[in-house]
Structure formats: C-alpha cells, structure tokens
Write a protein that binds this ligand. Structure first.
Ligand SMILES: [Zn+2]
Length: 356
C-alpha cells in the first residue's frame, strides 16, 4: 500500500508541475491552489484517510511525503503569486503616472475681517502716539461700568444704555469706558509714582439691549481712549481727534466739535467729520447735512477722578470713544451693520486688498 501511495503522490506531483507551468493568470493560479492543495479533489487531503489502516512505518514515510509535497506545492504557488502581484503593481505604476508640473487645487488664504482691519489701523495710530491698547473685561461690575463713571444707581442717564444684567452687580459692559474707571482706580494705587502722561486705549465688544437693524446691533465694538497727565487740556483733545480722523479718513478730513453731555466728561463734545460720501455737499449718508457724527469726547469730569481716587486738582484727562463698526461702515462703504457678523465669504473676501 505504501508503494502504491507513493506512486500516486508522485504522479500527482507531475500533474501539478504540468498544471502550474500552464498558469498564466491569477485566476488560473487560484484553480491550481484549490485543485492541488485545499479541495477534496487533492490527493494530499484524501491520502491521510487512505493510509489510516497502514502500518506505522508506512504511515510515517507516506505522511512525510505528503507534507513535503504539500510544502512544495505551496512554495511554487506563492512564487507565482508574488510574480503576479509584482506585475500588477508595475502595471499600476505605469498607468498612474504622476505629473508633478500640474497646478494644484491651491489653498485660498483667508482675509482679515474688516473690523480687525480698523482695529489694527487704530492700534497703529495710537501706538505711535504712545498709547497702550488693551482689550479689557466684557463682564463688568456695576461699580466700574457705571458708579465709578459718575452714573450712580438711579441716575437718569443710565436709561441711555439699556443693559444686560448677569446678576444684581454684574453686567455685560455697555461701553469700553469701564476700562477708564479701572485704569484710574489702578493709577490711584500708585499715588506719587503715577507716570507724567498715561495713554490708554481700550477696545472690544460691548452689549446693549438694542433691536438689531441695518445700523444697530445688540453687540458691537468700541474703542475708548484716555490720556491723563498734569498739563492736559481741551486743546490736546482737539489735536488728537483731528490727527486721528485725518489718519483714518484722509488728510482732507475736517472735524467739527459740538457741545454735548456725557456723565463722565465735563465739558463734553460730539465730533463730526465732513461727509466721506459727498465731502460736505449733502447726500444720503450724511442725511444731506454734509457732516457725519463720529465720536463722543470730553475732559474727564472731576467727579470721576474723585470716585476713582485721583486728585482732580493735580490731574486732567481727555477721553473719547467711538464704534468700530461705524468707522468700518464709513471707510468701506458698508451700509448694513449685520454684514460684519454674518460670516458671508462673498462679503468678507472683498477686503483682501486692504491691510497688510
Ligand atoms: Zn454726505
């Protein structure tokens, strides 16, 4: 039985060698693998049960021969398989030629937001003038937002600002002027070592309970300036505002100061510039007046100095504040304030030519 089996395996091996020589595709190879190694048609699979009744020595010799033959089959099949895989890969490389000279899809660079462009321009101007620009706190105590700015509880001027209260003593700041009272209080602690001149510019978000429309938003941005020293006068205020307006809107810009009222300044002045749309002739932007109201300003009131612990006989300060959106609208000809907040790419990418 042993010899007969050996012959069968030898013949099977010859058959395998013939078949594998004829293999030309991976599919052929799969058939050969099935026929000679894995399926019940393979003698290597059936031979073990056939020699079950044989003697030990035969079982051993034939068993070894089966295993050796099987190993040989698998090695030959794997060799061919590797060859097919390499051919497939080479073909793929030939087909997928990379043209490194083709222009890519490209990354579109972002653009600065128009409000940031204005903030940066203001930062540039005031940094040159020696001011320090700070962002400050948006959550503010009633004390710093109102009381220390001469707006005590129950003061009628509080009605001018409809406030978001977070709790009884905390508000979302209604103006950046909160940083004026904070700065003055901080300086008061320095007592005799207060610098000769202190220039501070706060900017950032402010909140008011306003109904949103084309020119109003419940959240908007302000810039608020303070220059304090021992010889500061209204002339410094006028010079500063004129200089800044010319830098922002062009050298031909003319300013006009009108008496006004703010609880934290005395005297107070509203400032107009000649209309950027019609240069004073009258148009829809200036409501045919030729002037555009642009900011509020004044000399810090004695009461505010005292409320924050600063000697009002020794120090004077000029103060001014305006809305960043208002400047951006005038500079860029934007008519709807909501355009600044809606993240519309078509709107925003128009500003790629501005700034650095
Ligand atoms: Zn006009």
């Amino acid at each position: 039985m042993g010899e007969e089996m050996k012959q069968k395996i030898s013949d099977f091996k010859l058959k395998f060698d013939k078949s594998i020589k004829e293999v030309s595709t991976k599919e052929d190879l799969d058939k050969v693998r099935s026929l000679f190694v894995t399926s019940k048609e393979s003698i290597l699979i059936t031979a073990f049960s056939e020699i079950r009744s044989a003697d030990g020595a035969t079982k051993k010799v034939v068993g070894e021969l089966i295993n050796k033959t099987k190993k040989y089959f698998i090695e030959e099949i794997n060799k061919l398989n590797d060859k097919f895989q390499k051919e497939e890969y080479d073909n793929l490389l030939k087909k997928e030629k990379w043209d490194v000279s083709i222009e890519g899809l490209g990354f579109k660079p972002g653009t600065s937001h128009p409000l940031n462009l204005v903030i940066e321009e203001i930062r540039q101007i005031f940094t040159e003038l020696g001011y320090e620009m700070i962002n400050g706190t948006e959550f503010e105590t009633d004390d710093f937002c109102f009381q220390k700015l001469n707006l005590p509880i129950g003061h009628p001027a509080r009605d001018m600002q409809d406030t978001f209260y977070v709790d009884e003593n905390t508000v979302l700041r209604t103006h950046c002027t909160n940083m004026t009272s904070r700065t003055l209080s901080q300086l008061a602690k320095a007592k005799d070592s207060i610098p000769a001149n202190v220039g501070m510019l706060s900017y950032g978000n402010v909140y008011r309970r306003d109904d949103d429309d084309a020119t109003h938003s419940h959240q908007f941005m302000q810039v608020d300036g303070l220059l304090m020293g021992e010889n500061i006068s209204f002339a410094n205020l006028k010079w500063t505002l004129e200089y800044v307006c010319k830098r922002l809107f062009g050298q031909e810009t003319v300013i006009r100061m009108r008496p006004s009222f703010f609880p934290f300044t005395e005297p107070s002045a509203e400032v107009d510039i000649n209309c950027v749309g019609c240069n004073g002739a009258g148009c829809r932007i200036c409501k045919f007046s030729g002037w555009i109201e642009i900011l509020g300003s004044g000399m810090i009131a004695k009461e505010v100095f005292e409320l924050n612990g600063i000697d009002s006989n020794k120090y004077q300060a000029i103060a001014f504040g305006w809305g960043i959106e208002r400047i951006a609208m005038l500079k860029f000809g934007v008519t709807n304030i909501r355009d600044f907040y809606e993240n519309n790419n078509k709107f925003l990418k128009q500003f790629k030519f501005f700034g650095k």
